[in-house]
Design a protein around this ligand. Sequence first.
Ligand SMILES: [Zn+2]
Length: 665
Amino acid sequence: MPADIYVRYLRLNERDVAFVCGSDEHGAAITIRAKKEGVSPQEIVDKYHEINKKAFREIGIDFSIYDRTSSPEHHKMAQEFFLDLNKKETFTKETTEQYYDEENNQFLADRYITGECPKCNNPSAYGDQCEKCGSDLSPLDLINPVSAISGNKPVLKETSHWFLPMQRHEEWLTSWIQEGTIHGRKLHNPKEWKNQVTGQVMSWINSGLKPRAMTRDLDWGVKVPLENAEGKVLYVWLDAPIGYISATKKWADKEGKNWEDYWKINKETQEAETKLVHFIGKDNIVFHAVIFPILLKQQGEFVLPDNVPANEFLNLEGDKLSTSRNWAVWLHEYLEEFPDKADELRYVLTSILPESKDSEFTWKDYQDRVNNELVAIFGNFVNRVVVLTNKYYGGMVPESGEVLESDTLIMKEVKEIAHKIGESIEAYRFREALAGAMSIARIGNKYLQDSEPWKLVKSDPERVKTIMKIALQISANLAIAFEPFMPKKSKSLREMLALSEKLNWADLGSFSLLQENEKINEATLLFTKIEDQLVEDQLKKLASSKANNLPAEPTKEEITFEDFTKLDIRIGTILEAEKVKKTKKLLRLKVDIGSEIRTIVSGIAESYSPEEIIGKQVSVLVNLAPRAIKGIESQGMILMAENNEGALSFVNPSEDYINSGNSVS
Ligand SMILES: [Zn+2]
């Protein structure tokens, strides 16, 4: 969405833009799914490529090209790029031990392997990244790793790969990120980058970049075009960004343009005459602001990103979006259930873009924004202007009489806002830009409310002509100001006002967009109200996905507060842990509860190994009557939380000032 707004703005400014996106078709999720469904990966990607492409088109994302990385053209370019980099000694070849799934005869890298995150203990971290804490991981970091394909415990096996020694690039990356310069040459203004993007990149660099394998042992992907590399493909994050380049080439060839103009430094001046901007989410920062720039710089002829305005995450109704848990609003379903309301969604999403921190979509907020802003302000204003113009003047733009000081002030205000909207878009502050566009509608709406032409028309028809002409010009300004955000509505408004198709951004703020005695068309409703029922239906739909995910657990019988206070729960610290012989689940623990050390037998051995829990704080029910378990007297019980898959997690304090013996109530 932000990319589309930015591009529409650039096009309105008659700038030359290649707006490129595509389906990344070599990801692990695709092959894992194909295996589960018993079909080929190609069948999976063919299906989703079409669905994605259609959904993007219907929500009005106007790509120059929406390509795909399984295309032969892309494979060719990615291979050539790799060979070129290999010739330039970008990679080192190393033999390492990697996890291997013996049942499927496959090495397990990245998303093919899951396990517990060593940093935050998220039990379902991937081999390349923990989605919970954002840590960059390697499969060897995972605690209790399992194959994502078979669920089996993997074994270690030797294999050779081409590695990118990222640590070699730390120095120039630091100056590029912090100063925007490489070897003294200014490339971009680092102040234009978002703090959280530079912050994230610098924290990676400061914690020490490591060599990263750029190839994988897989049968799906771009084949490594070297001898003795059978069964190896390029790492998906090497091949996917090159997809931007191959897509640009495909588009440029068709348009009779030169793709290199969009990607390469001018050979003679050595200056960048093109600007590369990556619009992504924060989970992809490392690939676009570290790895891809290293590859581009190594190649030598390419520009580096001018900016990577990554967004934070958008949550949904109080929970993290998750496509696997179906906690999502699916675009194709939205477009079916809310026909002709693509732009309303664009408006609401832009209003709540997680530009600097995570934000949240709720259906109530969607309804409020559509009804109270789009219908009540924007739509109401435009509708009144067009209806009254038709009623009073047969649809002709009236001739203006004397322009009062109050009129001049309104026009000045609109001009100033118009200028600011452009500045905000260029600074990647789309929420602010949209609020600016909306304030033009607010000004127009207030202008009509205050001057009440429908009352004045009887006593002072000349004054009403001036008011209506100014209100018409404000409406015409709205058609330009909203074009980047709501292109379909903007088009309807242009048609209603019989405006020229040729208007561009420079016309925004003008009060001569419509000429006197030009004829406009009849009013059509730009926006309609979202009824409560629609919101309720959507909430019901989400509730049912939640119900499908959670086994329905009725709450237990009600108890009194006195019942609860009988439980003496305290924080303890695990001092020792060992497996109870001949059992699968039991660990024998020594736990410091502040006043004494207790022996507790706990059924947690399938979730935790003894070594990893030494020193952990836990919650202990200390006044439970002692029980003999496998011949050991257990003097208390450790509280555990359990997820749907049966994985257990300690219930422990979130702050470090809580000590052993502190009570829980
Ligand atoms: Zn983590």
